[in-house]
Design a protein around this ligand. Structure first.
Ligand code: OSB
Ligand code: MG
Length: 420
């Protein structure tokens, strides 16, 4: 199969610069990909690098795009090197979108749902291009109940109903993500027998809202609470620890009962500071008159201090989540091999190949929280699909980030493209 393609860079300014322990971030820059297959199906991909987080730079991503031919093949798409994880994610997710279109066209009799529901079929890690003769694949499709998980050998089919929030539907009122649009997804293997899973009832995918660093957080959570968010993440390691611990005290007093709070240090704490934070958090567990649950501290120490984080995770009750330490799939695998059994924050737009991420998660049951890299609706949609099938359903996804931008996002990707 051949794919015509184009790419366009974009810039989006944050409403207020994002402050982390790495410094200030004012403008999000990335690249949108537009792929068109022989049948005229269009699909989208997004390269959203964060070099300080461990990805390639925008310049490296652009240089890679420039050297590619104007017509892509399956082989080229699956040959993006591991040194360009954001490019891997973008090209492969766009490719998966085209497989979904082709399969949807080949099964016109299938109920594709009503209203804004859409059916998607996600290629699994083993649906590799060399086997992706779509005609053969499509004719091999038969009905498969979504609840069935046939574990057996190479004809195994794992299908799952994904509930992915339509990016234009913002959380409203009591429950976050009240109106998720339902995307059905199915993992296919070559020669497998299956079709789209049966529709399932709508179920919300809870979102965590990102609060600004410092005491600004104290004035920011209320409107987000009113919109329905119940999990919040606050950046720490930005101001003096004494100041931040006071804000933590005020924030945990202020947040109403079913709230959960995550603290994200972006690797900016010292060992001593990490201990202070963990002690402060543990002291709030019980007996505590606060309603808030401190869900975890994210990446307290720099990547190099993996063992220290592992020790801390065994010595305190407040859990630790790795984020920067597991930025790419290779890093994630290494941390798993070194015995990390705490929480993994996965940023799909940075982690790399979605098919290999699926394969890893299917073989290693990790406690995964999926999280935004401040992508547009294009990268978010691809990330949320992975989140819905691979994330821990008891943890909110870290995609409550759209309030950080001035311009509202559109789901009309062609329209978005035209503005670039
Ligand atoms: O994870 C979230 O809830 C929001 C996203 C977020 O915090 C983030 C966004 C871009 C880069 C780094 C991070 C981070 O988690 O450290
Ligand atoms: Mg983080």
């Amino acid at each position: 199969m051949l794919y015509q393609w184009e790419f366009r860079p974009y810039q989006r300014r944050f409403k207020q610069p994002l402050q982390t322990s790495h410094g200030c971030w004012a403008v999000r820059e990335g690249v949108i990909l537009r792929l068109v297959d022989d049948a005229g199906n269009i699909s989208w991909g997004e390269i959203a690098p964060i070099p300080w987080f461990g990805s390639e730079t925008l310049e490296q991503a652009l240089a890679f795009c420039h050297q590619l031919p104007t017509v892509l093949t399956d082989d080229l798409i699956f040959a993006v090197p591991d040194t360009l994880p954001c490019c891997q994610f973008a090209f492969e997710s766009a490719w998966e979108g085209l497989q979904e279109s082709a399969i949807a066209q080949a099964a016109p009799q299938r109920d594709r749902g009503a209203g804004n529901q859409a059916s998607f079929v996600t290629a699994s890690s083993t649906l590799r291009p060399q086997n992706s003769n779509l005609a053969a694949l499509n004719s091999a499709i038969t009905v498969q109940n979504s609840a069935l998980r046939d574990q057996s050998s190479d004809v195994a089919v794992q299908s799952s109903i994904l509930r992915v929030q339509n990016s234009s539907l913002r959380p409203q009122n009591s429950d976050v993500a009240v109106q998720n649009s339902k995307l059905q997804s199915q993992d296919l293997r070559p020669n497998s027998r299956s079709t789209a899973p049966l529709p399932s009832p709508l179920s919300p995918l809870p979102y965590s809202a990102l609060l600004p660093a410092g005491n600004l957080a104290l004035h920011t959570w209320q409107p987000l609470w009113a919109q329905g968010f119940r999990t919040f993440k606050w950046k720490i390691g930005v101001q003096a620890i004494a100041t931040e611990l006071k804000v933590l005290d005020a924030l945990t007093q202020a947040l109403p009962k079913p709230a959960k709070l995550r603290l994200d240090a972006n690797g900016g704490l010292s060992a001593d500071e990490t201990t202070q934070w963990l002690q402060a958090c543990d002291a709030m567990i019980d007996p505590s008159n606060r309603g808030v649950v401190l869900e975890y501290i994210e990446q307290p120490l720099p990547i190099a201090q993996f063992e220290a984080m592992q020790d801390l995770s065994q010595n305190y009750r407040t859990p630790i989540a790795l984020d920067e330490s597991v930025a790419t799939l290779q890093q994630l695998q290494t941390c798993y091999e070194h015995g990390w059994r705490g929480i993994y924050v996965i940023k799909p737009a940075i982690v790399g190949s979605p098919s290999r991420l699926r394969q890893f998660c299917q073989h290693h049951p990790i406690d995964a929280v999926f999280s935004s890299s401040f992508e547009t609706a294009i990268g978010r949609q691809a990330g949320l699909r992975l989140a819905a099938s691979l994330g821990n359903p008891d943890r909110a996804v870290g995609y409550g980030t759209t309030h950080w931008f001035e311009d509202s996002e559109s789901d009309a990707f062609e329209q978005l493209w035209q503005t670039l």
